[in-house]
Ligand binder design. Structure first.
Ligand code: XAN
Length: 464
């Protein structure tokens, strides 16, 4: 068991931040939040733990905590839910931000495919993936939805590393059997589907109860997939539905990302009216689908996505820099339709591995979109981007009942923030008279990973 006493900050509802002061939070050994007790005087904590039968030598060893082990937080510290990165290319870790200004298909050909091709070597994969996962945990990313490379063995390695380091993750082998160099594409649909099934089986054997890991079907996008491959993946998605998992496997792809990408998709699939019709035809748009970007989706497409229940991974950094659409996505239009939205670093199209940067850039991009839409699509607020980075992302990844907030019964995926650690180079600046809301605002707007002192996934300390 673990216990904290101090401030908790989370966002159960879009647009709202809940600040719980002087709160006792207890985490059971199974990683679940056992108690959240607001307004407890510090001096009363041992008494309360005793009254709840949580201290001392219980027969049930699981349910005991030594009062001396309670972490009492300072005024500048608070516990918040861990960040959920809904769109991340693990094999692009070493090329973040490279190829600035290139349009998507040129960026893939010149920078990305040669780089990802190196993951044919599992030793290389282990070296890069170990660093990637460590670095994202360092940034407070407790859940990531990862695209692997096209290689089955390297993708297995990525899943192994997430489990070893304790990161919650959706992991998928990238499916791509055309429009990529011979040195970096699946030979044909049959091979791609076989490798997919093998990775899925590997992940199920590593983590049979899906405690931390899930497989996510990962057609890169329609341009690099033959119709046969898209159909095969849709069939796997349909077969994965069961009584225990009525929504089936998660699916992720890039969607309405850039004008160059959309023109090429139309040329390859002229029979479809738009990308919603295309991906829906192959059974790839379900309530478990995570669509990255959606910068250019029309109102009509958004209405249909809303009905299908798909989620959006909003990647504000890459959208405005490399590979993406050079366009701010219409996030307010997604939210107005009740479409689940999370934030993605889109590392390495996105140059930053920080979800704080993603939140800040989401604010900036939404302001640009507000101006562009002549005020129709209102800019986002700090409570809204924080919600997207935590609970919104959890919903997009199908984890809304497990993580995203600090509520009793949820698993303890969390960060311990110190908004003003006395350390050289730290940019945040908290003053005596600051309210807790201001302390939080300063962290979101000026903080970085040096403000994230501890990171927990399922109650396990994964960064300190
Ligand atoms: N479309 C993409 N967009 C992106 O940002 N990164 C990628 O690797 C990719 N592949 C297709």
């Amino acid at each position: 068991m673990r216990a904290f006493h101090g401030t908790l900050i989370h966002s159960p509802k879009l647009g709202e931040i809940e600040i719980l002061e002087d709160t006792l939070l207890v985490v059971a050994d199974n990683g679940r939040i056992e108690a959240v007790e607001p307004r407890v005087d510090r001096g009363k904590v041992p008494e309360l733990l005793q009254a709840r039968g949580m201290t001392g030598n219980q027969n049930d060893g699981e349910k005991s905590i030594d009062v001396a082990d309670v972490q009492y937080l300072e005024r500048t510290q608070f516990v918040a839910p861990g960040f959920v990165d809904t769109h991340n290319h693990a094999p692009q870790w070493g090329m973040r931000g490279m190829g600035q200004g290139l349009h998507i298909l040129d960026w893939l050909d010149r920078i990305t495919f040669p780089h990802e091709a190196r993951f044919a070597d599992p030793v290389h994969a282990r070296r890069i993936y170990a660093r990637c996962v460590t670095a994202f945990l360092q940034q407070g990313v407790t859940t990531a939805s990862y695209y692997g490379s096209r290689h089955a063995e390297a993708t297995d390695v990525l899943a192994d590393i997430c489990l070893e380091q304790g990161q919650r993750a959706l992991v998928g082998k990238c499916n791509m059997d055309r429009n990529a160099p011979d040195t970096y594409r699946d030979t044909d649909a049959a091979e791609s589907l076989r490798d997919t099934e093998a990775c899925l089986a590997h992940i199920r054997s590593l983590d049979p109860d899906g405690r931390l890991l899930q497989y996510v079907l990962t057609p890169r996008f329609a341009i690099t997939c033959t119709p046969e491959l898209l159909r095969g993946l849709g069939d796997i998605a349909a077969r994965s539905k069961s009584e225990a998992q009525p929504r089936g496997l998660a699916i992720q792809t890039h969607f309405n990302e850039a004008e160059q990408e959309m023109a090429s998709t139309r040329a390859l699939f002229p029979e479809f009216r738009d990308e919603v019709e295309l991906y829906a035809h192959f059974g790839l748009l379900t309530p478990r689908t995570i669509l990255a970007h959606c910068c250019y989706a029309t109102d009509d497409e958004l209405d249909r996505l809303g009905l299908l229940g798909c989620g959006v991974a909003h990647c504000p950094v890459s959208n405005m820099t490399v590979g993406g659409g050079f366009m701010a996505a219409p996030v307010r239009a997604f939210l107005d339709r009740g479409i689940p939205v999370g934030l993605g670093t889109d590392s390495g199209g996105g140059f930053s591995s920080s979800m704080l940067d993603a939140m800040r850039q989401a604010l900036v991009a939404s302001n640009a979109r507000e101006v562009q839409s002549k005020g129709e699509l209102k800019g986002l607020t700090i409570p809204e981007v924080f919600h997207l980075a935590t609970m919104g992302g959890a919903r997009v990844c199908g984890l809304q009942d497990k993580v995203g907030t600090l509520e009793v019964g949820k698993e303890f995926d969390a960060i311990l923030v110190n908004a003003d650690p006395v350390r050289p180079g730290v940019m945040t600046m908290v003053e005596e008279e600051d309210s807790l809301a201001t302390v939080f605002e300063k962290f979101v707007m000026t903080g970085d990973d040096r403000n994230i002192e501890q990171v927990f996934v399922r109650g396990r300390l994964v960064k300190s």
